[in-house]
Write a protein that binds this ligand. Structure first.
Ligand code: AMP
Ligand code: ZN
Length: 115
């Protein structure tokens, strides 16, 4: 989708510090980090929110979680702990309408959803 910021990152139209890339998935740092480690894991294909991913393509969500736990291990936060968050649609707090998984770590997350 032309106007989507994460599609532009996926298309390399906007430079980003890519931490992971496969045929289907990308990971890069969040531009406004809410924790010492704040990464985003996205499908390359544009789906506005989780509910838009067709059932037969949900394997991409599995890959996103696989990447998240790999990056958590790579960043050395696996044992201390980390938080994975996916906001879905406006009342879920979603502001960028291209599916993404937040990986937050490096400080106690506390009881709130994103800290
Ligand atoms: P959400 O509120 O779940 O939709 O989160 C969107 C996230 O995208 C926010 O944490 C933003 O800081 C982040 N973000 C927006 N634009 C960019 C960008 N160009 N590169 C990296 N992260 C971004
Ligand atoms: Zn997009």
């Amino acid at each position: 989708m032309n106007s989507c910021i994460f599609c532009k990152i996926a298309a390399k139209q906007i430079p980003s510090n890519l931490l992971y890339e496969s045929d289907r998935v990308l990971a890069f740092p969040d531009i406004g980090p809410q924790a010492p480690v704040h990464l985003l894991i996205i499908p390359k294909a544009h789906y506005a929110h989780l509910g838009e991913i067709p059932d037969e393509q949900l394997g991409v969500v599995e890959e996103m979680f696989t990447v998240a736990r790999k990056l958590a291990a790579d960043k050395g936060v696996q044992d201390r702990g980390y938080r994975l968050v996916m906001n879905v649609n406006p009342e879920g707090g979603q502001t960028v309408f291209h599916v993404h998984l937040h990986l937050l770590a490096g400080r106690p997350m506390g009881p709130s959803l994103i800290g």
